[in-house]
Structure formats: C-alpha cells, structure tokens
Design a protein around this ligand. Structure first.
Ligand SMILES: [Zn+2]
Length: 149
C-alpha cells in the first residue's frame, strides 16, 4: 500500500494491517504496535507486515470478532468470517463445534503469532480438506452459530 497514512489506532510498523494494541516504549514515544510487531526488531518488521498482509483475512476476522461478538449483528458477521476462511482454504481455522469464541480467537491469534515469529518463510501447508464442512457447510454454519460470549 502506497497510501499508508498515519492512523493513530493502527500499528506503527510500516504497512501493518493490524490495530496498535500495545506500546513497548518506556516513555517518550507514543507509538503503538500490534501484538505481532511489539517487541520485535525493526529489521523484521517488513517481513512481519508481509505475513500479516498475506493473512489479512485472519487479521480482519479477529477484528470482527472483537467488534461484533457481543452485538446483535454477530450471527451475520460470524457467517461472513466462516465464509471468508473457507474462501481462503483455511477450513482448519473455522470455529469447531463446542469451541468457545474466545478459544477460537486465541487459535486465530496463535496462527498469526506462529507465522510472524518464524525466522524463515513458512512453507505452504498442503491444503487440508474438511469433508463434513464442505458437503453441507450452509447447514453446518447455521447450526454452529455460537451464543454471545
Ligand atoms: Zn503490526
């Protein structure tokens, strides 16, 4: 993105799509970073931003979970997130039956964490097929809508 304007709510690392949620300054600086950039060397910022942009659908999903999980739009938003994850071939990241929204959120977070902390580029994982979710995913989505957390 060339039009990266300074948005105080965003992570200060260039090109990062995440919200700034933490500051690692000991005073003097008011820069905020996301949890993936915080505490990392500036030399790896570009790589981390690249990974986060590559997986921006996960970043977005997490923002939506944060924003909408206790709102009335949640059912609709939840379906959007599940569809988005499927479109990106990440059936492994769908909310599974019996899983709480918080646990799901942590799993998405862990996925980004894993990719960002890696020192070498992660090889693409072989695509995993999700047999049951594929066949009747529409029905499954409707059954699996979690209550407000
Ligand atoms: Zn960041």
């Amino acid at each position: 993105m060339n039009d990266h304007t300074v948005d105080p709510s965003r992570c200060a690392a260039y090109g990062c799509p995440c919200l700034g949620t933490t500051t690692n300054s000991t005073g003097g600086s008011d820069k905020w970073f996301c949890g993936y950039h915080a505490g990392t060397d500036a030399i790896s910022w570009a790589r981390i931003s690249n990974e986060l942009n590559r997986l921006s659908f996960i970043v977005l999903a997490m923002e939506k979970i944060n924003t909408y999980r206790s709102r009335y739009e949640w059912t609709k938003v939840y379906r959007e997130i599940q569809n988005e994850l499927r479109l990106n071939q990440r059936g492994d990241l769908l909310l599974v039956e019996g899983e709480s929204v918080s646990a799901w959120y942590s799993r998405l977070d862990a996925e980004l964490e894993k990719v960002c902390k890696g020192n070498k580029p992660q090889p693409e994982l072989p695509l995993q097929t999700v047999p049951t979710a594929e066949a009747d995913h529409f029905k499954r989505v409707q059954l699996a809508v979690p209550e407000h957390a």
